[in-house]
Design a protein around this ligand. Structure first.
Ligand code: HMG
Ligand code: MG
Length: 284
């Protein structure tokens, strides 16, 4: 195999949103700056959600103001509603993400809305982001399993993917939020979703609770996906997905991709520094 595969670094957001310790902004900034030096093209480092729901991300504006922006790198932020989008614009995020779920139970627990209500809420957010010149990424959570509803049908995933596509998302990230998807289930889900959108507009987002994330990356590669979300040091989880472990570790994905013959464009030594920093933050 050959060609380029991009890792979309989500550690400073998906990772740090779930740490029990309130990590001071300067530590977050140091991690983002190290990741910028490692060669990522996109780094998700902010989340303009309600600080009552996720206090760990309340300082996202401070973080975006203090990082050293590397040329050509897009610093991304989650925006669940118009208020979040306004905050992201004020903080000069380079792109934003709207995030929905394929399952009703997680949608209600995570964003206090049904799937249909969430898609209605995202419409004005996507439109206002477009007017502000910000690219919009979409997330679909619980693409194989939901912590509340159990197994999720591929058709339910495809419907939300199609809705996010129609809202203008330039890329849609498919989240195995609780990290319990088997490669067989991920493959079946992808087969259905690819009926709605090309592999070049999809990303895989695997948490690693059951130790299958790298297998799921390989299944997705075989289906043509070339972007994977990962968190340095395997940071994270989701505060509204009980029992979910962190994202698959960036350094493990990078190592597997290189072993398979793909290029990631990342500097392994700097990435190792970032991973050590992330692990210290987790235990610190
Ligand atoms: P709600 O309580 O229904 O909303 O929450 P609300 O509009 O009634 O607002 C409640 C309070 O929050 C109000 O304040 C609002 O002003 C404030 P009060 O009047 O009570 O003082 N508020 C905000 N403040 C700042 N920024 C905002 C904002 N919005 C409202 N943007 C809401 C609805 C969507 C806001 C809430 O449920 C929420 O913030 N949820 C986010 C949860 C979250 O961040 N989860 C983790 C990210 S998703 C994830 O990790 C999965 C992913 O990684 C993919 C995968 O793994 O599958 C992406
Ligand atoms: Mg996640």
């Amino acid at each position: 195999m050959s060609g380029a595969v991009e890792i979309f670094e989500v550690g400073p957001r998906d990772g740090l949103q779930n740490e029990a310790r309130m990590i001071p902004a300067p530590e977050k900034v140091a991690l983002v700056d190290c990741l910028s030096r490692a060669g990522f093209r996109r780094i998700e480092c902010a989340s303009f959600v309600s600080p009552k729901w996720v206090p760990q991300m309340a300082d996202s504006g401070v973080v975006l103001a203090a990082i050293t922006r590397a040329p050509g790198v897009s610093y991304a932020a989650l925006t669940p509603n118009l208020k979040g989008l306004e905050r992201a614009i004020a903080a000069h995020a380079d792109e934003v993400a709207i995030f929905g779920s394929a399952s009703e139970g997680f949608s209600r627990a995570n964003i206090n809305a049904s799937v249909a209500e969430s898609l209605e809420r995202f419409g004005p957010v996507a439109e206002a982001a477009r007017e502000a010149g910000l690219p919009v990424r979409g997330y679909v959570s619980c693409v194989v399993e939901c912590p509340y509803d159990g197994t999720v049908a591929p058709g339910a995933v495809a419907r939300v993917v199609a809705a996010l596509r129609d809202l203008g998302c330039y890329e849609i990230s498919l989240g195995d939020t609780i990290g319990r998807g088997t490669p067989e289930a991920v493959d079946a889900m992808l087969a259905t979703v690819l009926g709605e959108i090309g592999a070049d507009r999809l990303a895989g987002h695997f948490h690693d609770t059951a130790g299958r994330a790298l297998d799921n990356v390989e299944v997705s590669l075989a289906r043509g996906l070339r972007v994977f979300d990962a968190a340095v040091g395997g940071l994270g989880g989701c505060p509204y997905a009980p029992g979910a472990a962190g994202n698959v570790a960036t350094e493990a994905v990078a190592e597997r991709l290189v072993a398979l013959g793909y290029e990631t464009g990342l500097d392994g030594a700097v990435l190792a520094d970032a991973a050590r920093m992330a692990v210290r933050m987790r235990t610190g």
